[in-house]
Design a protein. Sequence first.
Lengths: 431, 276, 285
Amino acid sequence: MKKKLLAALLSGALAVSLLTGCGGTSGQEAGGASEAQTEEEGQASAQTDNPEKTLTVWHYFADEAQQKFMDQITQEFQDAHPGVTVSCVYVPRDELTKQYTMGAVSGELPDIGMMDNPEMAAYIEMGLCADITEYYHAWDEAGHYYEGPMSSCMSGDKVYGLPQNSNCLEMFYDAPVFEELNLTPPTTWDELLDVCEKLKTAYPDKYPLAFSANNNEEGTFQFMPFLLSAGGSIDKLDSQESIRAISFWKELVDKGYVPRDVISWGQTEVNTQFSSGNVFMQVNGPWNISTMKDEAPDKEWKVCLLPKDKEYASVLGGENFAVTSACKDVELGWEYLSTLCNGKNTAEFCAYVGKFAPRDDGSQYSDVWDKDEALSVFNEGMQYAMPRGPHPKWNEFSGTISGAIQQVLTGEKDPETAMKDAQEAAGKIMN
Amino acid sequence: MKKRKMFRGLANVITVVLTAAMLFPILWIMLNSFKPGPEIFAQPITLLPEHFTLEAYTKYLVSNHVFRGYLNSFLVAMGALATGLGLGVASAYGLARYAMRRNRLIMLLFLITQMLPASLMLTPMYLIYSRLGILNTYIAPVLSVATVSIPFVVVTTRPFFLNLPRDLDDAARIDGCNAFTSFLRIMLPIAKPGVITAGALSFIFGWNDLVYNMTFNTKPELRPLTSIMYNLMPKEGVKWNGVMALATVSILPIIVLFLILQDFIVGGLAAGAVKE
Amino acid sequence: MLFVLPGLLYMLLLIGYPVIYNLVISLQDVNVMTIRNKEAVFVGLQNYRYLFKEDMIWQVMKQTFTFTFWCIVFQLSLGLLLAVFFNQKFRMAKPARGLLLVIWVVPMTVVALIFKFMFQTDGGLINTVLMNLHLISQPIQWLVDAKMAMISLIITNCWVGIPFNMILLSAGLNGISPEIYESASIDGANGFVKFFRITLPLLRPAIMSVLIMGVIYTFKVFDLVYVMTSGGPNNATELLSTYSYRLSFTEYQFSRGAAAANVLLLCLVVLAFLYVKMMRKDEVM
């Protein structure tokens, strides 16, 4: 009986391998012209039957404003390249990560993809990105990129993508409450403790400050500015300075200045709590500005630099775009990439959605970063913003940091032990 | 008799309280869908919307092609239901009706196919579908959801066939039915309550599926309600009232459907049928 | 066999490959640095050895079993209780039964989101209600405290699981002929005797089915944990499913992720084997 069963199993497996062995044509279905396009624009659809001239772009811009801008650029590109159809598809970030990972095995990828900058090194290592070094060096705008963002698109001397936007973390505060209590935004950690104390006394039911100490990349991202400001570094997690940074977070939580729930809050939740008025200060990025304007238009808030310990510090966030290795026409892919990321489009996009151009010519196209009260603070902070990695194993490494944060904030380990263990684990990963 | 009446009265009260308590989170979702974003998290909590608004509905439903989403959800759910029931019930019947020594092993096989978490099945399944060229069609999620519903149907309907008297089948055979017609005409109708319950639950498997639809369909036109909802909860900023509104509209038709069909779904028809 | 074959073949075709695929990957060395190489290196059991050398896998396994055990205990017993209760003839029974099933229709991601907010320590709905009823004086740190986070997950999963169990057992109850009860009543049996002497034994196959499906589904719960706690605080709610997902899709340690998934698979195979062993002779016929 068992033999028969085994035979059935084997034949089943065989059938699958046969099925999967043949047939293998039909690459990425082009996703079709998105509905908006077919409605708005009739003339280009005549060309859609030519599969060579279709580009699929995946991005995780969840915001309507950002999506609108992508549509505009798509339109611009299609007008300049008659016969080419671009379909821009929104895929949520977590899902996109998964799709890339599976794409590494199956080869099914979009032609152009958006990538978070600390993740990019891993994608390059996995062979997801097409080498565009030649095109890049032949491009007259190549010299404009800042080193930090650009380094995340490179592996050795080779170029695999272009940075499209940058951001960093600073501090939002509740302006009316600060006015009421006659508080000025803190500039140092000591002042921060002082402000927290006053807020807590005045509003014992609410919390002075919140940040995200999630069990993932967000936790690491939010901790970085504190780590760097104390003079610590990710290479030496067990240094006195690094331990001081984590101890400061612990102090904030232990004194009741920061809700204990932050260990389960992502940055979205932190922002939600801030705009609902449950928290008076939050560590967060400029992408929340449009969300707050949209969802809580009556909320009055301002932005200040993150208080410093030794020096001002922040962390660089941002997104890159890459031509993937599945793109059949890399030249066309590059054409799209260099249209999307040219000086004008980059600057306009970033100005429009409240982010920062990862290149030095942003101010030629927009003055919003100097004029807008909140953005000018972030703009000042950008000069202190340090990139994460780039390293193909950044995520694994980052996990040890966010893990250590959780251990300390829950009281599972004391700061010294947690950071020492994290350093040891990090050493193992990087080797 | 008086005692009986007391029991009923008490039972009714308990039921209402219990059901209300159990259903509260759903009511909570619905109430929240009528609040503006920040009010959802305001402290202290407001039970009824303080600033009643339909904004979530007007803003998110139309722009996200919810009606297309309904259709997609329905098609995938029906596809999975048909595949799951068709193959599952037959297997369950076969396993219950015929004495086969390898029954235990077959049951074990059916169960084992359920055991890998969906997230780990994705890559290999993706490879299969990629080779077959059925990514970005309804077929891929239907096939995948059916892999969940088939074993489910097998395991849950088999006990019903076990309870059936074998004489019935034997009698049908004498009357000229073969194994299949006897199964279809005699046995299946009798096992109806079990089959319908299993079917209703398979439908929900399909209706609720997120991971397969999300992974195997990146075409916006083919996204079911669950995917649309997921799109409203990105890390960069969850559209809270939008998610609540969408959850409300996706739950409502199922509530209506279940209330209408609940006699069928929960059985009741069967009570008298199983007689020797 | 003709009845069984189509279904079985379908499953083997679609699932056989993933199972074998994961097995093969787990014996190779595939991670972010090596996935580009066409020929993966065969490393035998190295990934498993690596996993079991770390304390993490033991902790995760323990947590998975704890989670599954308590979920099953509560949802099965309460589900059965409700099924028997609603099987009595009174007006609200049927509508209630139908309505409760609606819980199962709410997508898991939404359930996880809404419960995450109800479980917030400050201003969460659950703490607010408990405080106002004066059942607690201090807010409970639901998702912050390691033990409470696990309890929160169990409560949420049971909330979804109870109606599911109830409905399947109700269908089973309906299959029991009322005449059996009638004759028992004539013999003077009371409610308890009827329940333990008639209902339970006759319901046994249905209970066993619900039990094994429940164990399998609970053991590999993913969305709920991923959204509610993402394994935190401090890995206290990391389960085998989320752990293997994290290894594969966050850390890009594909082989270790597959190995962790196979550990999960192995645990379930053992449980399923016990179930099949326990199927009585007459049930198998």
